[in-house]
Design a protein around this ligand. Structure first.
Ligand SMILES: Cc1cc2nc3c(=O)[nH]c(=O)nc-3n(C[C@H](O)[C@H](O)[C@H](O)COP(=O)(O)O)c2cc1C
Length: 290
C-alpha cells in the first residue's frame, strides 16, 4: 500500500509529481501511479506541495500543515544583506525575560529547516532558568580552569627539563593564555561563558547516518536570524560544546537525552549594547567556474 494517495478526480495527469520523484511515482500512459513506501519515500512532502490541483495526500504527514505559499512576500536581497551584515555576537544582555511566545516562534522556525536525507533529528534544549544557566556556565569555567592548570603544569615540566613543547601542548598553551582570565571574570561577577543571557538553546541530535551536525547548525543559524526580527541578540557558544565533549560535570548539567550529542549552542537576550556600524570582513575567497 502506497503512503501516498492520488485523488483520481482531481489528478490531471500532468506528471509533475513523476518529474520530481521517479522513486515514488510512475506515469503509465497518462495514469499516475504512486508507490511511496519505506524503500522509496523520505517524507519530504514535495509531491503534495507541487501538485497544482491538490490531488495528492500523504498518509504520514499532517495535511492540515501544508499552507498555500504566499506569493506576495518578497524579501529584498539588499535588505537581507543588511540583516546579515547587522548580525553581531552579543555578550552583554539586559536582565529581561524573553516572552515564551517568541521562543516558541523561534522553535517553529527551526522546525522547517532542511535536514540531510530529511531525517529531522534535530532536538533543541531551551534553558531560561537563570540558576541553571549559571550552573552550566560555572561547570564550564571549572572545567577550563582545571584544564588550564594541567596544561601549565605540563608546560612547566617540559621547561624545567629543557625540552621543547610538543605541538599539541603549544596549541593548548595558547588556548590557556587566551582563556586564563575566565576564573577572574567569574570572581568579578561576570559570566564568561553564557554571558548572563536570558536563554540558552542547545541544538542536539541522536546519532544519525546523515548530517546531524549540519542540521543542528542550520537550525541554530535560522534561530539567529529569526531572533533579530524580535529585537533579540544572540551569540554562538562553541566553548560550551568544547567543555561538554570533555567534562562529565558539564555533560551532567546539560542533561541531554542519553546518546544525544550537542552540535551547536546559542545564547539569546535583549542586547545592552547597540552596534552603530556593520563590520569589515576579509574579501570572500571565490573560485568561479563559468
Ligand atoms: C561556531 C561558533 C562558535 C563560537 N563560540 C563562541 C564562544 O564560545 N563564546 C563567545 O563569546 N563567542 C563565540 N563565538 C562568536 C565569535 O567569536 C564571533 O562570531 C566572531 O568574533 C565574529 O563576531 P560577530 O559574530 O559579531 O560578527 C562563536 C562563533 C561561532 C560561529
Amino acid at each position: 500500500m502506497s503512503w501516498v494517495t492520488i485523488d483520481k478526480d482531481l489528478c490531471t495527469g500532468c506528471g509533475i509529481c513523476v518529474q520530481r520523484c521517479l522513486r515514488c511515482f510512475t506515469d503509465r500512459d497518462g495514469e499516475i501511479l504512486s508507490h511511496a513506501d519505506v524503500e522509496t519515500c523520505n517524507i519530504c512532502g514535495h509531491c503534495v506541495s507541487l501538485c497544482p490541483t491538490g490531488a495528492i495526500t500523504h498518509s504520514l504527514m499532517d495535511m492540515g500543515n501544508f499552507m498555500d505559499v504566499n506569493e506576495d512576500i518578497r524579501l529584498d536581497p539588499d535588505e537581507f544583506l543588511q540583516l546579515v551584515r547587522r548580525r553581531r555576537s552579543h555578550r552583554s544582555y539586559k536582565d529581561r525575560k524573553i516572552p515564551r511566545k517568541d521562543l516558541d516562534k523561534l522553535l517553529e522556525m527551526c522546525r522547517y529547516i532542511p535536514t540531510g536525507s530529511n531525517l529531522q533529528t534535530v532536538e533543541i534544549k531551551v534553558v531560561t532558568n537563570p540558576e541553571k544557566i549559571r550552573a552550566i556556565s560555572d561547570a564550564c569555567v571549572d572545567y577550563f580552569m582545571e584544564t588550564i592548570r594541567a596544561v601549565e603544569t605540563q608546560a612547566a615540566d617540559f621547561a624545567s627539563q629543557g625540552k621543547e613543547l610538543p605541538e599539541d601542548l603549544v596549541r593548548m598553551k595558547e588556548f590557556a593564555n587566551r582563556y586564563k582570565m575566565m576564573g577572574l571574570a567569574r570572581e568579578m561577577g561576570l559570566d564568561p561563558i553564557l554571558h548572563k543571557a536570558s536563554a540558552l538553546m542547545v541544538f542536539h541530535s541522536a546519532p544519525s547516518p546523515s548530517t546531524p551536525k549540519d542540521d543542528c547548525v542550520i537550525a541554530a543559524q535560522t534561530a539567529v536570524l529569526g531572533a533579530m526580527t524580535m529585537g533579540l541578540g544572540t551569540c554562538y557558544i562553541g566553548l560550551l560544546l568544547f567543555a561538554a565533549a570533555a567534562s562529565p560535570a558539564v555533560k551532567a548539567e546539560l542533561d541531554l537525552p542519553a546518546g544525544n550529542k550537542p552540535h551547536s549552542a546559542l545564547v539569546l537576550g535583549y542586547p545592552k549594547l547597540k552596534f552603530m556600524r556593520t563590520i569589515d570582513r576579509k574579501p570572500q575567497k571565490v573560485q568561479w567556474v563559468e
